[in-house]
Design a protein around this ligand. Structure first.
Ligand code: SDX
Length: 428
């Protein structure tokens, strides 16, 4: 049964269709609002605005629910692996054994990166932040695969772009780290699984034989699963809008990497560790820093806390917090900032300011503590987020293109000067 909302304005009443999703979420379809009434809507930061309908990820912020293609994040984190989750998110179903083996084989055969990419990499100073290098090198893939620029490509050719970027992301990500520390790059070892191959490319040095610790690669697998998609967040919306102009997958993902870099988004995982280190250096007085976070005159924010959608615990944060204890114990790592993080969480969850605003730890609050225990340097934390989010960006770009969505071009309310005549410079 069709549902409608009524809008009364200027002496007229308009019927606005109501759309209902498969989880009974409801939305006003305002696609004809301006034509009918001359009105547009205004919603800074799109806090109340849906940009699309999607079948990929479902979030319930009030209940702290996250599902990829209907499967709960808790079950996937516990039972699956990153490439299987990537397949699920991109193609919509869990793969059969044959489908999965072929997917892994295809990816394994494309982990190498064109040798001339190294020439571009060598152009970056070692002080370059890895996220800037990653965004540039992913965009540069268009130079090596110009066929990816053709928006009318067949599904098979689009799928080749998907396999290539999934396969080359770990290689390029590891190379951004080697560039930062001034070490020679490592090439992929196709005898290893996706995470172990990445870790070896990150940490192997010519003089030593590198063996991946299964505790480390398992923890990385879980972290990448937890970051794999998150509906219409800032970077995914960026990928969709850039892709809506029929820009290539590579350039759309490059734009998504840049959006993720911001400290209010994926860059928060780096900012959290820097914040915790600052609190530790300042003597570990968590209440002092909580008071600063609540002080409107103080620009300090409790990084890793709060979320646009989750007004309950971020389910990923709960899983990561548990994994942090587990991984640090297994690796025999004692990280004092973990205790500071737990102390901050404990104080915040009892503090009216945070309780009233429903500010809980988000995915970034504990993830950096695990990355650090795995030996991953702070400046690489957001690169890890990008590696995890890649399947989501791909799936959302693919869904937008397959649904033939129009180019994203929002309206505005103009608040500038009214019409005025030009005045010659002598008379100003
Ligand atoms: C990610 O969207 C996604 O799904 C993102 C993500 C994904 O997987 O893609 O989940 C990943 O980006 C997680 C968020 C990482 N960012 C941070 O941890 C940075 C710190 N958090 C915030 O800056 C903030 O909470 C946001 C950006 C996450 C959400 O901001 P909103 O929804 O725009 O909310 P807001 O800034 O309007 O805050 C509402 C109130 C304000 O106070 P009042 O004006 O009502 O008095 O809460 C306060 C804010 O001042 N507030 C905080 C706070 N976060 C919000 N106060 C102190 N510390 C904080 N962290």
């Amino acid at each position: 049964m069709s549902e409608f909302a009524e809008l009364s304005f200027g002496g007229k009443t308009y019927q606005i269709p109501v759309v209902t999703g498969t989880e009974n979420e409801k939305a006003l379809d305002i696609s004809k609002l301006r034509a009918q009434s001359g009105l547009i809507t205004l919603d800074y930061g799109f806090k109340n605005t849906g940009s699309t309908s999607s079948a990929i990820t479902f979030l319930d912020g009030e209940k702290g629910i996250l599902r990829y293609r209907g499967y709960s994040i808790e079950e996937l984190a516990e039972n699956s692996n990153f490439l299987e989750v990537a397949y699920l998110i991109i193609y919509g179903e869990l793969p059969t054994k044959q489908e999965f083996d072929q997917f892994v084989k295809d990816i394994t055969m494309h982990t190498m990166v064109h040798e001339e990419v190294k020439s571009i990499l060598d152009g970056f100073p070692s002080k370059a932040h890895p996220m800037g290098v990653l965004s540039s090198l992913i965009g540069a893939l268009t130079a090596f695969y110009p066929e990816a620029l053709d928006p009318s490509r067949s599904a098979d050719e689009v799928n080749m772009s998907i396999i290539r970027i999934l396969a080359k992301m770990p290689t390029i990500a590891a190379w951004t780290y080697k560039n930062e520390i001034g070490h020679p790059v490592n090439y992929p070892d196709n005898s290893l699984d996706y995470c172990s191959n990445f870790l070896k490319m990150m940490f192997a040095v010519p003089s030593d034989k590198y063996e991946t610790d299964p505790v480390v690669s398992d923890a990385l697998n879980k972290l990448l699963i937890l970051h794999a998609d998150h509906e219409q967040n800032c970077s995914t919306s960026t990928v969709r809008v850039v892709g809506s102009s029929h820009s290539s997958l590579y350039s759309s993902v490059s734009a998504g990497i840049s959006a993720l870099w911001g400290p209010l988004h994926g860059g928060a995982n780096q900012a959290v560790i820097e914040m915790l280190e600052g609190i530790k250096a300042d003597g570990g007085d968590t209440q002092k820093w909580m008071d600063k976070a609540k002080d409107k005159n103080d620009p300090f924010r409790l990084m890793g806390f709060g979320h646009r959608v989750y007004k309950n615990f971020d389910p990923r944060a709960k899983i990561i917090k548990k994994a942090a204890d587990n991984v640090l114990n297994k690796l025999g790592v004692h990280d004092p900032v973990l205790e500071i993080a737990k102390g901050l969480e404990e104080v915040a969850l009892k503090d009216d300011y945070f309780v009233e605003r429903k500010l809980y730890p988000n995915v970034d609050f504990y993830s950096g503590i695990i990355y650090r225990a795995l030996g991953i340097p702070t400046q690489m934390f957001t690169v890890m987020f990008a590696m995890g989010r890649l399947p989501g960006w791909i799936a959302q770009w693919k869904e937008m293109r397959e649904n033939n969505e129009p180019i994203g071009r929002p309206r505005q309310v103009y608040v500038g000067k009214n019409h005025r005549p030009y005045v010659n410079i002598e008379n100003r």
